[in-house]
Structures are given as C-alpha cells and as structure tokens.
Design a protein around this ligand. Structure first.
Ligand SMILES: [Zn+2]
Length: 169
C-alpha cells in the first residue's frame, strides 16, 4: 500500500514539475511532504473509514517573510534571532537549509537570505565584475559583432573613397 502512496506522491510531484510550478531541485523536499500528507490522509481514512478533509500541512501559519528581511537585518523566522545574513550553519540548528527554509515560509528561490544592503552590495560587485562576459557564448557573440562592425566600416570607407575619387575626376 505504501508503494502505491509513494507512486501517487511521485505522480503529483511530477505533474507539478511538468506544469513548471516546481523546479527539479525542489522535487525531493516536496515529494517527501506530499508523501507525508498522503500517509496522514490514509491513516485518517483507516480510522474513520472515509476520507477526511485534511488541509495541507505545509505552512502552519502564514508568516510574512518580507518583514523578516530589512535593510540592515534578516530575522530568522524559526527563532527570531537576527543577523546580517542567515547562514547555512544557523539554519542547520533548526534542521533546515536554505531550500527547505524558503519552502517552509514561501520565500521565492531568488530571494537571498541576507540584509538588503548586503544583497545590494553583492549585486553591485557582480555587476562590476560582469562574470557573464567571460562566458564563451557571450565572448563569441561579441567577437562576431566586432567583425560585423569592422566589415561595415570598411564598406563605408570604400564607398567614400569611390565617391571622392569620382569628385576629383
Ligand atoms: Zn533561528
């Protein structure tokens, strides 16, 4: 029976991935949660002999995570301690990591768990170093553009030379 439950959970999660509502990275966590929910549902079914209405157990109470991240501080929603940056080591104390913490509180994956000013500074550094310009595809595109521009410039030069040549005659 538990095999069937696991298959059901897998199908539900795969459907979410197919609908692009879930990244494959989050699959494992969600799969476990779905499986737990189904198991709880089955336990209730066994006791009552009918399917009980079970509200999904994911967010216990809707905490507004936005309030936990301010300009100077990020507050841990588990214990209320605040930091410049919510470290992996701290989250480990709550048996969480960046991914499960975000899922638990409905925080988007792109949201960094750090004070806003730190995030802003980091972005600035990334902008300045422009790591994507070192990517082979970008470099190739740049080279092609340069080649094209040189070709256009040379064509212009030739037409201009021809034109002035005509004028002289
Ligand atoms: Zn904490």
């Amino acid at each position: 029976m538990s095999q069937t439950l696991l298959e059901m959970a897998k199908d539900l999660v795969m459907a979410q991935i197919a609908a692009h509502r879930l990244s494959p990275d989050d699959m494992h966590t969600v799969l476990q949660q779905t499986y737990a929910s189904l198991k709880a549902l089955q336990a209730q079914e066994d006791v009552n002999g009918s399917v009980a209405v079970v509200t999904p157990e994911t967010p216990p109470e809707r905490v507004n995570w936005r309030k936990s991240i301010t300009k100077q501080r990020v507050t841990c929603l588990e214990c209320g301690a605040s930091f410049k940056q919510l470290s992996v080591r701290h989250l480990k104390e709550h048996a969480l990591d960046g991914r499960s913490y975000r899922i638990k509180y409905g925080i988007p994956r792109v949201q960094s768990l750090a004070a806003k000013e730190i995030t802003a500074r980091r972005k600035e550094i990334v902008q300045r170093s422009r790591p994507w310009e070192k990517a082979p595809t970008f470099v190739k595109a740049q080279e092609e553009r340069k080649r094209e521009q040189t070709a256009v410039a040379q064509r212009k030069k030739t037409t201009r030379a021809k034109a002035s040549g005509n004028n002289r005659r």
